[in-house]
Ligand binder design. Structure first.
Ligand code: AMP
Ligand code: MG
Length: 388
């Protein structure tokens, strides 16, 4: 059996960044910027007022000016301001030539076309120089998953078309005679396919384009039919049927279909019967069926693979460190991803760790990572975890 780190290395070796496509800015949020993009203008493109007030060449308490015009956002005052003159100005408006500062309207007493500056003047100039936010030619580096803030910046840079990595297309095949879809009426021996939907949600969250294929039954023909529906997926994920029981046919059928297997079985808990390889040009990952195992493998293996496909680099899921809020008994020989809760007090492993318990996983906000053979720990010791 290989370790989690070795399995990840195999997975990364099977993964290549996907091609670049261009999307309209309105669709760019949460996509991965594939190439650096460059501002096409200065922002602001002119020295702009930061406040509503009066643009003046100079200012001292009690000074008087004649108001000679107005500069509004989108409609500048054309012409210079000379000593003794002021231009009424609003936030975002171009500062007229000759003005050195904006006196805010709260510091001014106005009488017709005349203003007098109050005794107590705000010292700020309230002028945003041209290009103070960004300059023409300034770049946003790639790769980067675009946040709402990034989208606003790209918009300000007048980048209407954004080069992004194509979303990884992922086909999800659930396997099992016992499974029905949520909303269906299960027979007496049936259960609802659940982790399929959890993985779909996780994949969406990661920036992939998942597709749930019809449930394959535990027969070769049904699995072969399932694989035939994969079409143009970059990644095929099977769920269940991956261990060595009489009804676990995924490895066998995939091999018959020509899968070059990279590995089968990883030394971890939960998730041991994990497999991966290449099948008809796509990458294939066979996940164990137990709901928690499938979701844990989703976080530990599928998420890094999707990030690598998106061009974000080949790296394991980021870990955090915190102190134990409760002691831990020794771990067994496999790396263990314990369902746990992180709070201000630290991290606490939940009592029940059976890999079928979605209600426990739902309460967890972290996977406490126990190395293989890790000894007992007391409260207060530092451990690492994957946030969920
Ligand atoms: P398997 O890996 O096929 O042996 O399945 C292990 C356990 O996970 C069994 O109890 C299955 O009923 C259950 N299981 C398999 N696939 C799913 C699924 N998609 N959703 C929920 N449970 C599943
Ligand atoms: Mg099964």
């Amino acid at each position: 059996m290989i370790t989690v780190t070795q399995a990840l290395d195999h997975l990364f070796a099977l993964t290549a960044p996907l091609p670049v496509e261009t999307v309209p800015l309105i669709q760019a949020a949460e996509r991965v910027l594939a190439r650096p993009v460059t501002a096409r203008r200065d922002q602001p493109p002119f020295a702009a007022s930061a406040m509503d007030g009066y643009a003046v060449p100079e200012a001292a308490p009690g000074q008087r000016f004649t108001v000679i015009g107005e500069s509004a956002a989108g409609a500048r005052f054309d012409g210079p301001v000379s000593p003794g003159q002021a231009v009424r100005i609003f936030t975002g408006a171009p500062v007229p030539q000759g003005a050195t500062r904006i006196v805010i309207q709260e510091d001014v007493t106005r009488d017709g076309d005349a203003i007098t500056l109050n005794a107590d003047l705000d010292e700020n100039l309230y002028i945003r120089p041209a290009g103070t936010d960004f300059r023409n030619g300034q770049t946003v580096p790639a790769p980067k998953r675009l946040s709402p803030q990034d989208v606003a910046l790209l918009a300000a840079m007048n980048i209407a078309e954004v080069p992004v990595t194509r979303k990884p297309r992922v086909a999800l095949i659930s396997t099992g005679n016992e499974l029905v879809m949520p909303g269906d009426t299960p027979g007496p021996d049936q259960i609802i396919a659940s982790n399929t939907f959890g993985l779909h949600a996780l994949l969406r969250d990661l920036g992939a384009e998942p597709r749930i294929l019809p449930i394959a039954r535990d027969t070769s023909s049904s699995l072969i039919h399932g694989f035939s529906l994969v079409e143009d997926a970059d990644l095929v994920i099977t769920i269940g049927g991956a261990s060595v029981g009489d009804h676990d046919l995924v490895a066998q059928v995939a091999a018959e279909l020509g899968m070059e297997r990279a590995f089968h079985k990883v030394s971890m808990r939960p998730g041991k019967p994990l497999m991966s390889g290449r099948l008809n040009g796509a990458m294939m990952i066979g996940l164990p069926g137990n709901p928690v195992s499938a979701m844990v493998c989703g976080h530990v293996f599928v998420a890094p693979v999707i990030r690598a496909m998106l061009g974000l680099g080949a790296a394991p899921a980021p870990r955090h460190n915190t102190q134990l809020a409760a002691p831990l008994t020794p771990n067994g020989p496999r790396e263990h991803y314990m369902r746990a809760v992180v709070s201000e007090a630290g991290i606490t492993a939940l009592d029940r760790q059976d890999s079928s318990l979605l209600s426990v996983l739902g309460r967890a906000n972290a996977l406490l990572v126990r190395p293989a053979g890790d000894g007992a720990h007391t409260a207060g010791e530092i451990v690492s975890y994957l946030p969920l």
